[in-house]
Every structure is written in structure tokens, then in C-alpha cells.
Design a protein around this ligand. Structure first.
Ligand code: BF8
Length: 636
């Protein structure tokens, strides 16, 4: 009889993390656990969103005795402005990342180091945007398309061109409700302007702009980022990988890539793969070079190269604490500045690479989109430096946990269609205009009840990966398909839920679908910017079914979110018509109106809204209830 799969539990991961924290304590260096404890109790005004610091008269904090800030703003205005500013900052982060990718595309050349990997996708996009391709050099086309993409950030008139990709119904809703985004930078600027001293205090209008600036991310920055990353580095295809701290190797040079924008990490992967560097590593007594990743940069390179996942957001310090890391290379976002202190206790080198993310104590090697020529050369030098550093590893300080799991990743929409078409056998690789029919049939027949997009971060307010994994188990047992991204996907990988043989935790329906289609029960769709892939997936499914996106038995869930980017994402997912369930309360609870608008009022705007609940089992129940209600309304 086949043995049942051994999953990794949250308790096992906690045991590993605890032991590494003890190492930190013995070295007298801080980690997030201690810092989170030292921040308790956290400020209730801040947690509830009713502390205003947007002008020099503040800070103003709202209490029953002081119901207005000095300017006269009430708690609804203050919480609404803070919420909008979070969405704007999140949108700025994703979109600026995308802008960098577009600059890199503009610098691509046949000589490299950045080239066009997915020519077919570029040609499809050029056709969509009316760019002539016939008889033209592909790089000339790429540069023109990049320029058009860059104009989306600051064009003076009109709305974003990618809105055309949505269903007619959605486009009409966005237009009618005033949430169709104009230029990306303009929505960010408008959000900051609206929420500055002496402007909007109507919480409904602040939320409406949060939706619009979120849309500028989801259907603007993030969608451009995803498309152009695919064009430069290749559209992800299903491939194997493994994940958790146990992927670090005792006898190899360990290099970790971390952050979000893959332009740097792609070069590091390329350099480490070169025969020159492999040979050099062996000449220095190592068995090879082991690249692994953290956060969304890891998601990018695992989707395209199968690079291993060493951990999620909360494991970045602990990876260094294993004592086995020669170098950590970061780009932008989600990087703990404490890495600079922890690395001082070991031989580890900490390399920053972007003017957006400058951290004292790191080595700065700039890699910018405008100057790509030397990128590969710089990557070779860094990899060589990491190899030279291998001999400095103090073996007495090395402790690598054993836990790791195999996984299958790389489910772009193109790959999902390809996998589904394996069922009907009609897929033509060069023309990914396949069909979601097998998936829709399974949903209509009730074999799959619906789908949940599980996304977002880890947050010390919840046990690491506990909300994610409890919800995943609950949904799969209820025959609900999961698509994942971000650190939520990494929780699935580390637990073993993203492997083919994870189907044993599924209900009978999901099990049948996994067997028939040959997929794991949770599909890794990429980094957080790739949630734009999910928006296109639901759009195509709704179109093929002939229903509205709001009618689909599909919802989003950010069970352990922490980033401002998550607020931007939630706003565009809701604007696209899908309910969003949060496992960490957003800082709006001090305003009854903001609570009412985000959970109910938004439904009048887009047909969807937020649900907040910090109990993962309750969240499962609430999501199942929503999915079943949507099925009933569809008559299935
Ligand atoms: O980009 S890496 S912690 S912010 S989920 Fe969250 Fe993870 Fe950061 Fe999203 Ni991705």
C-alpha cells in the first residue's frame, strides 16, 4: 500500500524557527519575534486607524472626549484617509516595480544580458496595442511597446488601456462608479492630494479613490509588470521545486535572492548557472552553488527556473541564522533592515541593488533599468564573491533545519489552459487561446464547488502560516480549488500542499480533478504582482460562461496580510467583482462608517466587499457560505 504523504506542520516549522531564534538570542541580535513582543501593547489609536499624522498640527487621536482632530476631521475621515494612503503606497510600490521592468524591456537587445524570451507574447501584446510587427525586428517592436507601456504611467488623458481586457459589464461599472483609473501616477497623486489636510473627509469618496488607485495597480502597474516580465524572462510553465529552510545545502555555496523585482535575481541565477562559476565553486571546495529565494522574487524565479524557496517573509532573518548563507542579494520591498545586524554575526554578505531600497550595513551594487549592460558582469562578480566567502563559513555556527517539501509551481494562465486542454487534447502551444471549459464544467457539475485566490504575506499578528494552512486544508476538503501567490503560496509549498500527491487532503471532487488534469490542488500563479493573472483568469472564465465576474463562485483571501500592497490588491480585487476575506483586521476599526462602507457600501459600487475575521476556521465557513450562495444564485 502506498504510504500517505508526510506533510510539514506549522508546529514543526515553529520548532525550527524557535531553535534559530535561540541562536539569535545567544548572539545577542534581534529578530522579528522579540521586536514584535517589545512593541506590545500596540497603540490602539494606530491599530484602529484613528491617529492622524498628515499635518504638522498633529498627531491627533480620536477619543469620545476628543471626537475631532485640530482641523475638525472626525474618525471616519481620518481612518478613510489612512486607508486610502495605504492603498496609494501599495499601488506605487507595485507600479514602480513595473516601471523598472518596462525600462529594462526598453534596453533589451539580442546581445543581452536582457533579451526577449517570449516573443509570441510580445507579438500578441503588440497586436492588442496596435503596434506594427510585420517585417520589423523584434527588439524594435519591444522598444516601441515598452514606450507605450511607460506612457500608461503619466498620460494626460483617458483611462488605462488594459481596462479593455475586462468584461463589458465591468468596464461599465467602473465608468459609472468613477473608479476607472486614468494614468497610474495620476491616481496615486490624486489619492495623496485628496487625503492631505483640508481636502476630502467623506469616507465613501476616500474608499472610492482607494478602489480607483487599487485598479491603477491591478489593471495597470501589476498587469504591465506581469506581462513584461513574461516577455523578458519567459512565461512560467509547470515545473518542480522544493521549499523551506531545509533547502539550504551544507556543502554548497548558498546564495539567497530576496525582494520582488526579478531583474537582479535573474542575473544572479544566470551567473550561478554558468560553467565558469560552477567550476569556480568546485575549485573552492564546494559541491556547487545553491540559489534559493525569499518573498516574491523567489516566486518569480521559482516559476521560471524552479529555484528553491528557502522561506517566506518572516523567515528572512532565520535563513541567515542558519549560518550557512554566503550571500543574500535583495532588490526591493519586504526586506527587513535587521538583516544588516544579523549578518554581522556570521560571514554572510548582504547586497542591496536598488536606489529604492538603501540599507545601512549592506554592500550596494546598483542595477538600474536604464543601465542594464553591465548587469550580468556585476552578477558574475557577486557570485564569485559569494564563492570566495564559502571558506569563511564557520561550521560550528551552522544549523540547517531538515524540513523541506517538494512542490510543483509555474501556473500562469497559459499553463492552466494548457493543463486543462490536456483533458480535451486541443491545445496548440503557439496559440494559447484555449479554453477553460473543463474547469467550468467541473464547477457547473459541482465536482469543484468554486475557487479561492489565496494571497498575501505573513504577519506576526498570526502564527506564521497557521491561517494560510488551516484555510487551505478547510477549502480543499470542501472541494474548492485554490490558486495562490505571494507568501501564501510559499506556505503551501513548505507544508507540502503544492505537490501532486497532496490531493489526499482534498474532498473527492478535487481529488478527481487533480488526477484527471494532472495538477496539484493549489496552483502557484506567481508573485503578488501576478494577482493580475488571476484577474484575467476570472475575466476569461466569466466571459466563457456568459456571467458577470461577481456571479462566479470565486473569492479572494489574504489570511496573514501585512503590506500596503495588500490593501491596493484587495481594492482592485473587490473592484473586479470578487469578495475579499481578511484574516488580519485593517486599521479602520475605529470608524463605524469605514467598517460599514468596506463590508457593505463597496457592494453598491462593485458588487463585492470585505469580510474580516481573525479565526481561520470561521473564514473557511464564511467563504464556503459565499461560494455556495453564488452557486445557488447561478442555479447550479
Ligand atoms: O509581494 S513578498 S510579504 S508583500 S506576499 Fe507580502 Fe510576501 Fe512581501 Fe507582496 Ni509578496
Amino acid at each position: 500500500m502506498k504510504e500517505t504523504k508526510q506533510f510539514t506542520t506549522v508546529e514543526q516549522m515553529e520548532t525550527d524557527m524557535k531553535k534559530l531564534k535561540e541562536i539569535a538570542d545567544s548572539l545577542n541580535v534581534d529578530t522579528f519575534e522579540g521586536r514584535a513582543a517589545s512593541q506590545q501593547p500596540q497603540c490602539k489609536f494606530g491599530s484602529d486607524g484613528v491617529c492622524c499624522t498628515i499635518c504638522g498640527m498633529g498627531p491627533c487621536r480620536i477619543t469620545p472626549k476628543a471626537p475631532y482632530g485640530i482641523c475638525g476631521a472626525d474618525e471616519h475621515a481620518i481612518a478613510g484617509r489612512n486607508f486610502l494612503r495605504m492603498a496609494a503606497a501599495g499601488s506605487a510600490a507595485h507600479s514602480d516595480h513595473a516601471r523598472e521592468i518596462l525600462h529594462v524591456l526598453h534596453e533589451t537587445s539580442p546581445e543581452g544580458p536582457y533579451q526577449i524570451k517570449d516573443e509570441a507574447k510580445l507579438i500578441r501584446l503588440a497586436a492588442e496595442w496596435g503596434v506594427k510587427t510585420e517585417g520589423r525586428d523584434i527588439y524594435e517592436v519591444a522598444h516601441e511597446v515598452a514606450e507605450i507601456g511607460l506612457l500608461e504611467f503619466g498620460k494626460p488623458f483617458g483611462t488605462l488601456r488594459n481596462l479593455n481586457r475586462a468584461t463589458k459589464e465591468r468596464q461599465e461599472v467602473w465608468e459609472k462608479q468613477g473608479i476607472a483609473p486614468r494614468a497610474i501616477d495620476r491616481e496615486i497623486s490624486t489619492a495623496l492630494h485628496m487625503s492631505t489636510i483640508g481636502n476630502t473627509t467623506d469616507p465613501l469618496e476616500l474608499v472610492r479613490q482607494a478602489m480607483r488607485v487599487g485598479m491603477a495597480d491591478g489593471w495597470g502597474g501589476s498587469m504591465l509588470g506581469t506581462d513584461f516580465t513574461d516577455i523578458i524572462f519567459g512565461t512560467p510553465q509547470a515545473r518542480g521545486t522544493s521549499g523551506n529552510l531545509g533547502v539550504l545545502e551544507e556543502d554548497q555555496v548558498n546564495i539567497i535572492v530576496h525582494g520582488h523585482n526579478p531583474c537582479f535575481s535573474e542575473m544572479i541565477v544566470l551567473a550561478a548557472d554558468s560553467k565558469e562559476m560552477q567550476d569556480y565553486a568546485k575549485s573552492k571546495g564546494a559541491q556547487g552553488i545553491n540559489i534559493s529565494g525569499i518573498c516574491c522574487t523567489a516566486n518569480e524565479v521559482t516559476m521560471r527556473h524552479g529555484v528553491k524557496i528557502v522561506g517566506g517573509f518572516l523567515q528572512q532573518e532565520h535563513a541567515i541564522l542558519t549560518g550557512a548563507v554566503e550571500m543574500m542579494c535583495v532588490d526591493v520591498q519586504c526586506v527587513f533592515p535587521s538583516i544588516a545586524r544579523i549578518k554581522d554575526c556570521f560571514h554572510t554578505k548582504f547586497v542591496t541593488s536598488s536606489p529604492i531600497c538603501r540599507i545601512p550595513g549592506s554592500v550596494y551594487v546598483e542595477l538600474s533599468g536604464e543601465d542594464t549592460e553591465t548587469a550580468y558582469k556585476k552578477a558574475i562578480e557577486l557570485v564569485k564573491d559569494a564563492i570566495d566567502n564559502y571558506q569563511n563559513r564557520d561550521q560550528s555556527k551552522v544549523w540547517i533545519p531538515e524540513n523541506k517539501q517538494d512542490a510543483v509551481v509555474g501556473y500562469s494562465t497559459e499553463q492552466i489552459i494548457s493543463s486543462l486542454d490536456g483533458v480535451t487534447n486541443s491545445f496548440v502551444a503557439s496559440d494559447p487561446t484555449g479554453t477553460y471549459k473543463p474547469a467550468l464544467d467541473a464547477i457547473r457539475a459541482g465536482v469543484i464547488r468554486g475557487a479561492v485566490a489565496m494571497v498575501g504575506c505573513n504577519n506576526p499578528k498570526a502564527r506564521m502560516d497557521h491561517n494560510h494552512t488551516e484555510i487551505m486544508k478547510g477549502l480543499l476538503a470542501n472541494d474548492i480549488l485554490i490558486v495562490g501567490s505571494g507568501c501564501a503560496s510559499q506556505a503551501a509549498i513548505k507544508s507540502g500542499f503544492m505537490d501532486f500527491d497532496a490531493k489526499e487532503i482534498c474532498g473527492e471532487g478535487m481529488k478527481r480533478v487533480c488526477n484527471l488534469v494532472g495538477i496539484p490542488p493549489i496552483l502557484h500563479m506567481g508573485a503578488c504582482v501576478d494577482i493580475s493573472r488571476m484577474m484575467l483568469l476570472v475575466t476569461d472564465m466569466a466571459s466563457e460562461w456568459g456571467v458577470n465576474t461577481t456571479d462566479l463562485p470565486v473569492v479572494g483571501c489574504a489570511a496573514e496580510w501585512m503590506s500596503e500592497k495588500a490593501v491596493a490588491i484587495a481594492n482592485y480585487v473587490i473592484s473586479t467583482g470578487l469578495d475579499v476575506f481578511l484574516g488580519i483586521n485593517p486599521p479602520i476599526m475605529g470608524s463605524s462608517k469605514m467598517l460599514e462602507i468596506t463590508t457593505e457600501g463597496m457592494r453598491d459600487i462593485s458588487g463585492a466587499g470585505f469580510t474580516y475575521n481573525t479565526d481561520p476556521h470561521e473564514l473557511v465557513r464564511l467563504m464556503v457560505e459565499t461560494i455556495e450562495a453564488k452557486r445557488k444564485a447561478l442555479g447550479i
